[in-house]
Design a protein around this ligand. Structure first.
Ligand code: CTP
Length: 399
């Protein structure tokens, strides 16, 4: 990647000390980094540290560098802006377009992509005011990484920790590197988990939240693709700018995939699909039995959507399957993946491990991607969005 002019905005939260690592990693990657720190940020970290690490003067005061109109020039020259940490106050100021400090001026004067890494206490992050401000920023195309869940500054713990510096840097650089490289392509993504009804109030389902599939749709849309997201009972909102088709059962999912896949250059089957459905669906609630302590359910096999898609593909289309396995041993996991990809006939298989406490509903993921030959083409670990970008990189680069 060519060297970028990167503005790192630092606002006043304890996570400001981690922003030094963000600056350092960007400088070591060869980028020209300009720090814009709020006065409160400088109560947490020293200005000499930031100047030494960034190798540039640090901007704090709008009344400095007036002769070169610096409060506008820094933003105009930027190819990328990262705000880390982004406090609740800075997020509120960004949402209302305030220019009360150097950072506000820089953001308003810039047309560069912006990534923010929120950091605050859980109550502040979950406050309706912050939630609304984040929505506003998102709707303007500002990307948000984290916050993550974990120990906070006091004795409290929960969502509010700033994402790790390496994840912030990777997500920010990905935003620029990959900007619109999928323009003109159509990507079909299935996400979520199917539900097979037993009666009007019960179903057989699975624990997939849809987060990883939605992240793939988000990443593809951000890179300029035209995205169709077939969502099966999603627990997370679909990204803006994506056409969503809602389904619930495997048969509905299959119908939607068949209807939508013809125009797709890439199909990503991230949905967790039920292999079986109840042979009969009761029209009224199944009552507890008084004559027996067991209840048998008869299940009938569902179609294998991925295999059908791979066998019947009519054009040069890339098809990616997902496999969530509970196998603890890495080598055996890979063997399961190899057997699965040859059974399914897709071009790539994204393998990850799940368990009682691993995988589902988490904001992070670790995956290995294999190809039809069973070879590892790459791996990814980090936020589900960064994993999504990496999957897109791998599957498009290999064609
Ligand atoms: N899949 C599908 N149709 C099904 C089952 C699965 O299209 N009836 C897709 C999933 O969307 C996923 C891939 O196939 O991309 C692998 O799903 P998985 O449940 O791991 O595969 P199975 O063939 O069901 O294998 P297992 O025996 O491990 O359940």
């Amino acid at each position: 990647m060519t060297a970028l002019n990167v503005v790192v905005g630092i606002s006043g939260g304890i996570a400001a000390y981690k922003a030094v690592t963000v600056v350092r990693q960007l400088v070591l990657a060869g980028h020209d980094v300009h720090v814009v720190a709020t006065s409160n940020a400088l109560r947490f970290i020293g200005l000499p540290t930031l100047e030494a690490v960034s190798r540039n003067p640090v901007n704090t005061d709008i009344y400095e560098g007036v002769d070169e109109v610096r409060h506008v020039a820094v933003g105009k020259a930027a190819n990328l802006i990262i705000v880390a940490p982004a406090t609740a106050n800075t997020i509120a100021k960004m949402a209302t377009g305030q220019a009360s400090d150097f950072l506000g001026n820089t953001i308003l004067a810039s047309s560069a992509p912006i990534l923010i890494a929120p950091a605050m206490h859980t109550e502040m992050w979950q406050n309706v005011a912050t939630v609304a401000n984040i929505e506003t920023l998102r709707s303007r195309g500002i990307q948000i990484i984290g916050p993550e869940s974990g120990p906070l500054t006091g004795r409290d713990s929960g969502p509010g920790r700033m994402s790790e510096p390496s994840d912030i840097v990777a997500a920010a650089l990905n935003m620029v590197a990959s900007a619109r490289d999928l323009a003109g392509r159509t990507v079909l993504v299935t996400a979520g988990g199917t539900r097979e009804p037993l009666d009007p109030v019960r179903f057989i389902g699975n624990r997939s939240s849809g987060k990883q599939g939605v992240a793939v749709a988000t990443a593809a849309a951000a890179r300029g693709a035209s995205v169709i997201l077939i969502g099966a009972n999603l627990e997370v909102p679909a990204p803006a700018g994506v056409r969503v088709v809602e389904v619930s059962t495997t048969l509905e999912l299959q119908k939607a995939v068949v209807a939508e896949s013809a125009s797709a250059d890439l199909v990503v089957m991230a949905a967790a699909v039920a292999d079986y459905r109840p042979a009969e669906t009761a029209q009224t609630k199944i009552k507890k039995r008084s004559d027996s302590s067991t209840l048998e359910l008869r299940l009938e096999e569902n179609p294998d959507i991925l295999r059908g898609l791979s066998t019947n593909r009519s054009r040069d289309q890339v098809i990616v399957g997902f496999a969530a396995e509970t196998e603890p041993d890495d080598d055996v996991l890979l063997q399961l993946g190899r057997a699965k990809i040859s059974r399914k006939g897709c071009d790539f298989l994204v393998l990850n491990r799940v368990g009682w406490t691993e995988g589902f509903a988490s904001d992070r993921n670790t995956v290995v991607v294999i190809d039809t030959a069973g070879d590892r083409v790459g791996e990814a670990s980090g936020s589900k969005l960064s994993v999504a970008h990496r999957i897109l990189d791998l599957v498009f680069a290999a064609r």
